[in-house]
Write a protein that binds this ligand. Structure first.
Ligand code: DGY
Length: 379
């Protein structure tokens, strides 16, 4: 077990909280100090093991803020419960690293940070879409290597997005924000696959169409696909925004990749295991017109063999939410989840979270995943 350093903020606080990584900004610390917390922060950049976190929880710990790289399951929730723990918050919107049922069994509310990542993540999905479509990674590497000898008609010819069709897998908050940017920015038709119809997105496109038509332009269409297969066949570009669970693990596999258009673009900013990464490597290798933009990987931080050598795949190290505003906002929300539960506030679970991001936060808990199961008071 490595000997990681922990720094302590507000040592005289009566509620001991552990935070497994340094977080951006200072507002989150003010929130926890305001709730009389003694905050112990691990200063190491290494991913902490379950054993290391369990030992940090020790014998008295009222709450914890953890990372998506950590395995928060039965061992840690039972250790937290034994130490007097009352709340856990993931520093992420995704929580596939958390066994929520195990936390619920121990009576521990689990928070996450939706609302503050939406536009930032959607913008990264757009970035990857454009970078893949216009072969930016490949072109930049070529230029940096000193290979550019002058303009050529056929140099790095890519794909035009304008007036084509974009497919959204998982049309929740982030998927809808991405769809709106692609519709308004590139006038792309939308096909989405989601368990539920998204009437908000459909009516947004309907009102945008009124504007287009009033300008003498043809309207877009927006429809819900009956199956991922229908979407993959029709879309020129597909962006994945679904959660990772048993139903979405390897949702994109070799047979589904084979349905995609020859020059299709596939973007993933959700979770790596939604795509069978070995199948993607084979597909991208055998179909040079196919392009992908990936921010997440099946076995992070490892990449599937052959992936990093593929010129038609643009890759980024899981940074879709990495803007200063969002990362500091995630810290504020995680802190408000912990401080709010410790102070007995009711749970809000509403999309508008801005009032939690600065100053004195409202007397409420921003977002608790298992609030209903634990019968927590809600507003
Ligand atoms: C999340 O929050 O789930 C992202 O993947 C990291 O910000």
């Amino acid at each position: 077990m490595a000997n990681h350093k922990w720094r302590i903020v507000n040592p005289s606080g009566s509620r001991r909280i552990i935070v497994t990584k340094e977080l951006p900004g200072s507002h989150w610390l003010e929130v926890l100090e305001g709730a009389n917390c003694r905050i112990e922060i691990c200063t190491s950049k290494d991913v902490l093991t379950v054993r290391e976190i369990k030992s940090a929880i020790d014998s008295a710990c009222q709450g914890a803020i953890g990372q998506l790289t950590e395995d928060w399951g039965t061992t840690l929730f039972s250790a937290l419960k034994t130490a007097g723990g009352k709340v856990y918050s993931n520093y992420a919107v995704g929580y596939n690293n958390v066994d929520v049922a195990a936390a619920t069994k121990e009576g521990i509310p689990v928070g996450n940070t939706p609302g503050v990542l939406t536009e930032t993540t959607a913008e990264m999905a757009v970035t990857l879409t454009l970078a893949a479509a216009r072969r930016l990674g490949e072109a930049e590497r070529y230029l940096r290597k000193g290979n550019f000898k002058g303009w050529l008609p056929n140099l790095f010819v890519g794909e035009l997005l304008n007036r084509k069709t974009v497919g959204i897998i998982g049309a929740g908050r982030i998927g809808s924000a991405y769809a709106r940017i692609m519709a308004e920015g590139f006038k792309m038709n939308i096909i989405y696959f989601d368990l539920y119809p998204n009437s908000k997105l459909e009516s947004y496109i309907a009102s945008y169409n009124e504007f287009l038509v009033s300008n003498g332009e043809s309207p877009l269409w927006c429809k819900r696909a009956d199956s991922p297969e229908e979407l993959l066949k029709e879309a020129d570009c597909v962006s994945i925004h679904t959660v990772l669970d048993d139903s979405t693990h390897h949702l994109i596999n070799s047979s589904r990749l084979a349905l995609m258009k020859e020059n299709a673009i596939l973007v993933n900013t959700s979770r790596g295991p939604v795509i069978d990464e070995n199948a993607l490597v084979n597909h991208a290798r055998n179909n040079p017109g196919f392009k992908a933009g990936l921010d997440v990987f099946e076995n992070e931080p490892k990449l599937a063999r052959g992936l990093s050598g593929l010129e038609n795949v643009v890759i980024a190290p899981h940074i879709a939410s990495a803007t200063q505003w969002t990362r500091a906002g995630m810290a504020s929300l995680a802190a408000c989840n912990v401080a709010g539960i410790l102070q007995g506030y009711p749970v809000r679970n509403q999309p508008d979270i801005r009032d939690f991001l600065k100053g004195t936060p409202p007397q409420a808990v921003p977002n608790i995943i298992n609030a209903k199961e634990l019968n927590l008071p809600m507003i």
